[in-house]
Design a binder for this molecule. Structure first.
Ligand code: CA
Length: 230
């Protein structure tokens, strides 16, 4: 058989039997399932979706031009994203030998401005109270949950674990003091965790976490102080 006839025979065999052809990867079509886009008041969204090629193990998420690789498992993905205030253009890109697939969604985040956020949790079914004293000397706590400068305590958790959250949209300059009180309950020793978040969601964001062990009912202690402004 001439080499030309032999090549033609191979081509016929290959066309009859797909297994003889070089294995083709499916085009990596990307589909973002959530979020759907639009306006969000959430700080974080989970970006989920599918990629048509189940063999792809890494893809890239691009948010407002900033790219991050992430893991893909069996053709699906889930990525927790902290939204920036304002517009967030989210794009997921997947690539293989066959091509580059991409999908995009746009979200406008209307997360309210929060200069100060203090979150307290604890580990027993007791009534622990969060107290925040502002630079003007006013104390925000369960029986005075709104302060003149706009501070607000969300609620009084009386049977365990929290969170109790203090929020302040427009902080005045000065020193803030955070205290915790073991108000009541039969929980015994209680570990209190307090997170202080300043200027959340902005380039000036700053976070600190404090832990304090309370041992008996009636105990009332200063956990931390923080400063806002020059
Ligand atoms: Ca409480």
């Amino acid at each position: 058989m001439s080499s030309g006839k032999f090549a033609a025979l191979l081509a016929i065999l290959a066309s009859l039997c797909p297994a003889l052809r070089a294995e083709e990867r499916p085009f990596p079509t990307v589909r973002i399932a959530t979020p759907k886009g639009g306006v969000s008041s959430e700080r974080a969204v989970t970006v989920t979706g599918t990629i048509a090629d189940p063999a792809i193990s890494r893809a890239t998420i691009v948010v407002n031009g900033s790219a991050n690789p992430f893991d893909v498992s069996n053709g699906s993905f889930s990525y927790l994203l902290i939204l920036a205030p304002g517009d967030n253009l989210i794009q997921v890109v997947a690539e293989n030998e066959t091509g580059v697939g991409r999908d995009a969604v746009a979200i406008h985040s209307v997360v309210p401005k929060r200069d100060v956020k203090v979150v307290m949790t604890w580990d027993t079914p007791t009534d622990i109270d969060l107290h925040v004293i502002d630079p003007a000397g006013e104390e925000c706590f369960y029986s005075s949950p709104q302060s003149k400068i706009g501070g607000q305590l969300d609620h009084d958790d009386t049977d365990g674990f929290g969170p109790e959250t203090f929020l302040l949209s427009n902080a005045i300059d000065g020193t803030y003091i955070v205290k915790t009180k073991y108000y009541g309950g039969e929980g015994g020793q209680t570990l209190v965790v307090i997170s202080v978040i300043l200027f959340e969601g902005t380039p000036d964001e700053h976070r600190e976490e404090y832990r304090r062990l309370l041992t008996s009912e009636g105990e009332f202690v200063e956990v931390c102080a923080f400063h806002v402004g020059g």
